[in-house]
Design a protein around this ligand. Structure first.
Ligand SMILES: Cc1cc2nc3c(=O)[nH]c(=O)nc-3n(C[C@H](O)[C@H](O)[C@H](O)COP(=O)(O)OP(=O)(O)OC[C@H]3O[C@@H](n4cnc5c(N)ncnc54)[C@H](O)[C@@H]3O)c2cc1C
Length: 466
């Protein structure tokens, strides 16, 4: 506490009074991310407005040996932006300036607190396109997206956010100002430190500014909802779509239960004629004349081949939006109606049906008070495994059961050579399970990298590894 008081006094020498918050509601608000598994307990929240201020804050925390938790839009699902042990929360929410947009090299530069949706709309305003997208676009910040190497619905066509980063400005845990790659498209001068920051979850330093690549927008898009007889039809449909659709940009999976929850809780109409075991929501870019007509023919053929049992193809952008909202609303709907434990795993794409089969058998046979509901970016092998409290058990029993079940689920993921975190990161939530996906040798190298960026270990301690 002594050092916190000292920090407050020293911060007051270069920050506005309104840039430091210590009241209980602010500590609670800024002290955690979207998941509720941990209790927020930061000692102070600081809201810098520039890279220089971030650098001064990091230098002070080094001097006073105080732990810092970088905080973006707090939509993270791994407890990465959670302060549970009196840390200082460094919120980026006042660093939301767009710095430049360049039509020649097709880049946008901005501060790290800009929300994803703002980048998409700035790009659109210039006739360009930033394709990374997911449902928290309105509140997740680009800095948080980079620190988690966010994926989303269009990875199948455009890759993860890593693929869109040209340069970064970073304040390392040591307090050094690093300009990583500037605005260069080619630069082979040794290790690319930029990529170490992507997915580093605030453990190496604070990303303060970024330059991103933009591209040409699709002329139009269509979305297609398919009903499938079983999970065994997912892979044949994916192969068929890859062979027949030139510009496939999303291939999203929903189990019946996931769709049903959205339809009943939101009072929506089922777009298909009857219920199916599995649903695939497809997005296709329509870039050439006649491509919409081709689309109808392609899905007619998929029906003839018995890959799908029913289909609806969007005929307007409003209908395309309605179909996507069925997928976008799943997380929010499940979270507001159930006690819920989330996992975000990936397995090699060809293993998906077998993995789903084993996962359901495991939960049904071992945990009768739990239900598992799966949806996700199946075109990338990424499944969001949601465990719901279903039986008459206490919350404590449920959370204990989830912890035990996690070991079994991750052993299954390991058996299929998968990853225990496909896109949400490790944070606090998956930290103790890291060895299911990473070898001891890899973890030791990661620790060495952390020591190089952050020798005193002040950056987000306890996240990724203990
Ligand atoms: C309903 C829902 C749907 C989602 N769908 C997806 C999806 O499809 N794909 C996907 O990838 N994710 C998804 N997420 C997860 C989440 O939105 C992403 O991880 C997002 O990128 C986090 O951004 P944020 O600004 O909220 O970061 P936060 O939650 O604030 O922080 C995440 C991590 O980044 C660190 N961090 C934040 N800002 C910085 C910075 N400037 N410098 C250094 N470190 C920093 C934090 O310390 C923390 O470890 C979803 C979440 C929800 C709730």
């Amino acid at each position: 506490m002594h050092d916190i008081n000292m920090l407050e006094r020293r911060l007051a020498s270069f920050l506005k009074p309104s840039s430091v918050l210590t009241d209980a509601p602010s500590l609670e608000f800024y002290g955690r991310d979207w998941i509720k598994d941990f209790k927020a307990a930061p000692s102070l929240v600081v809201l810098p407005e520039s890279t220089e201020e971030v650098q001064q804050i990091v230098a002070l925390c080094n001097e006073l040996r105080l732990a810092l938790v970088p905080s973006g839009g707090r939509t993270g699902l791994s407890g990465g932006a959670t302060a549970t042990k009196g840390e200082v929360v460094l919120s980026m929410e006042r660093m939301r300036k767009i710095l430049s947009l360049n039509r020649v090299d097709r880049t946008i530069s901005c501060q790290a607190g800009v929300v994803l949706e703002k980048i998409q709309s700035e790009a659109a305003g210039a006739g360009l396109y930033f394709p990374v997208d997911f449902s928290t676009r309105g509140s997740a910040q680009i800095g948080g997206n980079l620190a988690t190497n966010a994926g989303g619905i269009r990875v199948i066509r455009y890759g993860n956010i890593r693929d869109w980063v040209v340069g970064l400005t970073v304040v390392s845990g040591k307090g050094e100002l690093l300009s990583l790659n500037g605005s260069l498209f080619k630069n082979n001068t040794g290790y690319d430190l930029r990529h170490l920051m992507l997915g580093s979850e605030g453990t190496l330093g604070v990303i303060t500014e970024v330059t991103l690549r933009l591209t040409t927008p699709p002329k139009d898009i269509a979305r297609i909802l398919c009903g499938l007889a079983s999970n065994d039809h997912i892979l044949p449909l994916l192969a068929f779509c890859r062979d027949n659709l030139r510009d496939l940009s999303a291939f999203e999976f929903m189990e019946r239960r996931a769709l049903q929850e959205v339809l009943s809780h939101r009072g929506l109409r089922d777009p298909l004629s009857q219920q199916f075991a599995a649903y695939i929501l497809i997005e296709v870019e329509l870039n050439s004349p006649g491509s919409r007509d081709d689309l109808v023919a392609v899905f007619g053929e998929a029906y003839e081949k018995d890959l799908i049992k029913d289909v609806v193809v969007s005929e307007s952008s409003a209908q395309a939006q309605e179909l996507m909202s069925l997928r976008d609303l799943i997380s929010e709907t499940l979270s507001s109606h159930y006690t819920l434990h989330k996992n975000d795993i990936s397995v090699p794409i060809p293993s998906i049906p077998a993995f789903l089969h084993d996962l359901h058998s495991l939960i049904n046979e071992t945990y009768p008070s739990m239900r598992v509901v799966v949806f996700g970016h199946v075109g990338d092998g990424n499944l969001h495994v949601n465990v719901l409290k279903a039986g008459d058990i206490s919350d404590d029993e449920f959370w204990r059961g989830c912890h035990e079940a996690d070991h079994k689920i991750f052993a299954l993921v390991q058996k299929y050579s998968g990853s225990i975190s496909a896109e949400h990161g490790v944070g606090l939530l998956k930290r103790d399970f890291l060895s299911y996906s990473r070898s001891e040798a890899e973890i030791e190298i990661m620790r060495g990298i952390k020591r190089a960026f952050d020798p005193l270990g002040i950056m987000n301690p306890g996240k990724i590894f203990a």
